[in-house]
Write a protein that binds this ligand. Structure first.
Ligand code: SF4
Length: 260
């Protein structure tokens, strides 16, 4: 990587944290796009909020903005609306996105705001040392659910499809190369790009073994423009968990219509 997209800030993630892999995938994705001439370095913006994953903006040597917990998307849409030439990325955790920030997620998806939103989904609030989030599995034992969660987890991809999101994907944090490719496809997509990145929290909820045999990549013949097929595919989340781009269509974006 010839571009230096790293700051000198001390990284405070646990040794071996899967956020290192997401950081690396993103730096590679952006670096290649800048080198290919797809975007100018000065036009890239990364937004985060609060949480382990959201520390990522401290470590990125580019335009960054740190917003409030769960409020990444209003900041991202505001930035894109004010200057549509910017390529806007956002990083948030599953607690921040699907709990505190869920209303913003709903409206960003239905508006088709032309921003790229990456959710570090480790199925718990990690920064506050292990409370349940909306994607924690039923029975999850954490600080807020010592006897096990009694709630069914939400399916973020199904929610996004039903709200009209125009780019819906799932990536595996530990597969840096494929995560990089999905991030780049999200960036090239005109409209709201949503990527749920499954990531074990190796300190508080180590799901590496569980994911090892379950995760698989969609094959190249997968029809990314078939909404009904995507609705069925994203509900496959048992013994096997598919990864890749489930749905991708073009529609007018919020910012295009706003400026008209
Ligand atoms: Fe990473 Fe989990 Fe440590 Fe947070 S608590 S830095 S998510 S390993």
């Amino acid at each position: 990587m010839s571009l230096n997209l790293s700051t000198k800030a001390k990284i405070t993630w646990c040794p071996g944290c899967t956020n290192f892999a997401i950081l690396s995938a993103f730096q590679k994705a952006v670096s290649e796009m800048i080198e290919n001439g797809e975007v100018e370095e000065k036009n890239v913006v990364a937004v985060s909020g609060i949480g382990c994953g959201s520390k990522i903006t401290d470590y990125l040597n580019m335009n960054t903005f740190t917003s409030l917990h769960g409020r990444e998307l209003p900041a991202m849409t505001g930035i894109k609306s004010a200057n549509p030439s910017l390529l806007v990325f956002g990083f948030s955790g599953d607690g921040s996105t699907y709990d505190e920030g869920v209303a913003h997620l709903v409206h960003a998806a239905r508006r088709n705001s032309d921003v790229n939103f990456f959710v570090h989904d480790n199925q718990l609030f990690a920064l506050t040392t292990g409370q349940a989030t909306p994607t924690s599995p039923k029975g999850f034992k954490g600080k807020s659910t010592p006897s096990g969660s009694i709630e069914e987890p939400m399916n973020p991809l199904l929610t996004m499809l039903s709200l009209g999101a125009t780019f819906v994907a799932r990536a595996n944090a530990l597969d840096i190369e494929n995560t990089k490719k999905i991030m780049q496809e999200a960036a090239r997509h005109k409209g709201f790009s949503f990527v749920d990145i499954v990531q074990p929290c190796i300190t508080l909820f180590d799901t590496r073994e569980d994911y090892k045999d379950k995760l698989y990549n969609l094959d190249e013949s997968y029809p990314t423009d078939d909404f009904d097929f995507a609705m069925r595919k994203v509900q496959e989340r048992g013994e096997r968990i598919p990864l890749g781009i489930f749905y991708k269509v073009e529609k007018p974006t919020f910012e295009e219509q706003l400026h008209q």
